[in-house]
Design a binder for this molecule. Structure first.
Ligand code: ADP
Ligand code: ZN
Length: 292
């Protein structure tokens, strides 16, 4: 089986060819420009790769309902040239193979479940904290869609009393992404996040926000494992801080074997930042299976 994977991001497009075992044969990355510039490049790269199917993990919001007439269309995004762009249809027109599309974070969640640290677990939450915050959720083996798909980066959060910064989300006064994503940290402190490694208050505030978000997810969707990725989570010291705060905030309310084993419950991504592209490959495998 030759499976194509596309991870469509706001800054770059990662393309690969691999197989159902998660082996990647070839991988390239190109900058994301306008659809008119970027889509022909993508089509050209895949056109001589002899792929049987293509899986796509894409930035949101995007229509992820296979039964919808606008399945695979990018919706109202701040990336203006891409608003209402029919990503899936345009690729299908030229490449003519079965395709399946989901959000970038649902793809990452899937990648970790099929090839990574969440193998064999059917209910998993994946969150990336980078330029923005995205959350992918799989419950009982199904990636969560619903009316659209989760946008759980924008849940409301209580501000830390020592946080002198502001929520920078243009839509909300006190949401997680606006308080805790990389650009928010950098606006609050006036320095690059990786230059703040030694400032304890930065990570005290950050871990407080992450813990608040995770507690809300734990209480709402009850994941059996939580995987955290993205640039900000490169600060490894966050993990023990977040685990401790989550335990404290839950305050003994839930008693599960997963929560008793915090070190294996809240974990870093395990696929060297290939979880998204590997999840896309798995979406391709599913597209092929569903087409048969
Ligand atoms: P994207 O979200 O665009 O895919 P990343 O996940 O790499 O990209 O996130 C980029 C953000 O992560 C930057 O805004 C920066 O603030 C933050 N970041 C990158 N590296 C580090 C680091 N080592 N420590 C803390 N924050 C970092
Ligand atoms: Zn918001």
């Amino acid at each position: 089986m030759r499976l194509g994977g596309l991870e469509a991001g706001g800054t770059k497009m990662v393309m690969c060819v691999g197989d159902e075992n998660g082996e990647i044969f070839e991988q390239v990355s190109i900058p994301t420009r306008t659809p008119a510039e970027t889509i022909p490049e993508i089509i050209k790269w895949f056109s001589d790769k002899n792929i049987d199917a293509l899986g796509i993990g894409c930035f949101g919001p995007i229509d992820v309902s296979p039964e919808s007439p606008t399945y695979g269309q990018i919706l109202e995004t701040p990336k203006l040239p891409w608003v209402h762009y029919d990503l899936l249809k345009e690729l299908q027109k030229e490449l003519k193979v079965p395709m399946k599309v989901d959000t970038d974070v649902n793809a990452s969640c899937l990648g970790e479940m099929v090839f990574g640290c969440a193998k064999g677990i059917d209910s998993v939450l994946y969150m990336t904290i980078g330029t923005g915050v995205g959350v992918g959720i799989c419950i009982g083996g199904n990636l969560v869609h619903g009316m659209l798909h989760p946008e759980a980066g924008h849940i409301f959060i209580n501000k830390h009393p020592e946080d002198k910064g502001n929520c920078i989300c243009p839509y909300h006064d006190s949401c997680f992404e606006g308080l805790a994503a990389g650009p928010s940290i950098e606006t609050r402190w006036g320095r690059k996040a990786y230059d703040l490694a030694d400032n304890d208050l930065v990570w005290e505030i950050e871990s407080e926000y992450i813990a608040q978000a995770l507690v809300n997810y734990i209480l709402t969707v009850s994941p059996k494992k939580i995987i955290l990725g993205g640039g900000v989570m490169h600060q490894e010291r966050l993990f023990p801080m977040v685990r401790k705060k989550v335990t404290k905030m839950l305050n003994g309310y839930l008693n599960t074997k997963e929560l008793k084993d915090m070190d294996n419950y809240i974990v870093p991504n395990s696929l060297s930042d290939n979880q998204g592209i590997l999840g896309a490959i798995e979406l391709g495998r599913q597209a092929l299976e569903e087409a048969r």
